[in-house]
Design a protein around this ligand. Structure first.
Ligand SMILES: [Zn+2]
Length: 54
């Protein structure tokens, strides 16, 4: 099976080189970040909203 042409790119949030499909930052909705950072921001939002609700 042929691999698709994946171009490594640098995530501006953590500065790490990645081949992940970029996720849109929840901070400004235009910065593309790695999936790891995307998950991290989602987690932060989740915990922040949880703490704010109760
Ligand atoms: Zn990152």
């Amino acid at each position: 099976m042929e691999k698709p042409n994946i171009i490594p790119w640098i995530c501006p949030r953590c500065g790490e080189e990645t081949t992940d499909f970029p996720a849109l930052s929840r901070r400004d909705n235009k910065t593309e970040i790695c999936s790891k950072c995307g998950t991290e921001e989602a987690m932060i939002d989740f915990f922040l909203s949880e703490g704010g609700e109760k």
